[in-house]
Design a protein around this ligand. Structure first.
Ligand SMILES: *[C@@H]1O[C@H](CO)[C@@H](O)[C@H](O)[C@H]1NC(C)=O
Length: 118
């Protein structure tokens, strides 16, 4: 029972490792001519399967390649990745809280300037 689970986990881990190696190889083999094909090919893996570390390493590699070719990665390339979702949600919440705070402060300041007649 546990043995089977272990084997399944191992298979998943290996499949993931293979894809990581494949994505790495694909990125390393990119040329100026097929750079956009390479980015399109590895994006699904970066979006859905890559962990935070591999995601950021791959983006760094792609950026380095792009610069060497005199190209640029699209602004939002692989940005909506599952592995960075939690971080983005946290950032969104932080920004929203800051905006609400600022709006409240502005409303208070306005009230102080012009006391409402009741
Ligand atoms: C891009 O071109 C290189 C050199 O021809 C090749 O080795 C590589 O497999 C190509 N990659 C893709 C994704 O087509």
């Amino acid at each position: 029972m546990f043995r089977n689970l272990f084997v399944i986990a191992l298979i998943i881990a290996c499949a993931n490792a293979l894809s990581i190696a494949g994505v790495r190889k694909t990125i390393d083999g990119a040329t100026k001519e097929n750079f956009s094909a390479v980015t399109a090919e590895v994006e699904p893996f970066l979006l859905n399967d890559a962990g935070v570390t591999f995601h950021s390493k791959s983006l760094r590699r792609l950026n380095t390649k792009a610069k060497a070719f005199g190209l640029e990665l699209p602004e939002n390339y692989a940005k909506a990745a599952k592995c960075t979702e939690a971080r983005r949600a946290k950032q969104d919440a932080f920004v929203k809280a800051k905006i609400e705070e600022a709006a409240e402060a502005a409303a208070e300041a306005a009230e102080e300037e012009a006391p409402a007649e009741e």
